[in-house]
Design a protein around this ligand. Structure first.
Ligand code: UDP
Length: 236
């Protein structure tokens, strides 16, 4: 079967790595993600991944943490590297070749982020995980995902979440909420829908990079998405 996309950027949230736990990393989720990723890599899809850190640390909320915003944000970025290492280990366990690149230098555990090198890895069939977000405080890993996707000229961002797409309203609060199959960037702005934070979303819009929001915790969904099946919501 011919995949619909040649090169994708998969955004995984830190929170989804928790599975049923309230903190940290659930080994079963890592194993499921690794298997799902291997299915698309087997098709020849080039896979880059940006992973969040919310399961370990979120810097944003200074009041709650008592740690100044910028410092907390750096801590959050370090959390994404921990998740990146866990995912890398899960992928290698099942025989995939990977590289972890970090936006903050830590040479003992990850390559520094070098765009051309990342592209070279992808061309060789290695899965590239981008850790440490953008390397800058006051940003999110969604913005890192948009930025890296544009830089490596990915065909699409696949935002794997725990919900199965974008809804007209919050489906947990509003029973009449329905899911969009396809929606335009303008419609998302107009209806004030929450897909990504504005910085990340605008980057995609300005660079005409489509986004698919889908439920990554449903095994096999990633394969369906890259096969062109109507799963989740496509923003274009
Ligand atoms: N972060 C940052 N700059 C970045 C990416 C992330 O400062 O470029 C920090 C920020 O504090 C954020 C935390 O890292 O709260 C974890 O990332 P995020 O909340 O985006 O992870 P997710 O929600 O996907 O788990």
């Amino acid at each position: 079967m011919l995949p619909k996309y040649k090169r994708i950027l998969l955004k995984l949230s830190g929170e989804s790595l928790m599975g049923e736990k309230s903190y940290g990393i659930d080994a079963r989720i890592i194993a499921q993600y690794a298997k799902d990723i291997s299915q698309i890599a087997d098709l020849g899809v080039q896979v880059a991944i940006v992973i969040g850190g919310g399961n370990i640390y979120r810097g944003m909320d200074e009041k709650e943490t008592g740690i100044e915003r910028a410092t907390g944000d750096y801590m959050g970025m370090l959390a994404t590297v921990i998740n990146g290492m866990a995912l890398q280990s899960g992928l290698e366990k099942i025989g995939l070749f990977t590289r972890l690149q970090s936006a903050i230098k830590m040479e003992q555990i990850a390559e520094p982020y070098i765009r051309r090198r990342a592209i070279r890895h992808l061309e060789k069939g290695r899965i590239v995980i981008f850790g440490a977000g953008t390397g800058n405080p006051y940003f999110t890993t969604d913005t890192a995902a948009s930025l890296r996707a544009i830089e490596i000229e990915a065909d699409v961002i696949l935002k794997g979440t725990r919900v199965d797409g974008i809804y007209t309203a919050d489906p947990e609060k509003d029973k009449t909420a329905r899911r969009y199959n396809v929606i335009s960037f303008d419609e998302v702005y107009r209806n004030n829908l929450n897909v990504m934070d504005m910085t990340a979303f605008t980057l995609c819009h300005e660079n005409k990079l489509p986004i698919i929001v889908f439920d990554m915790n449903q095994p096999g969904n990633l394969l369906k998405v890259v096969s062109g099946e109507e799963v989740g919501t496509l923003v274009k």
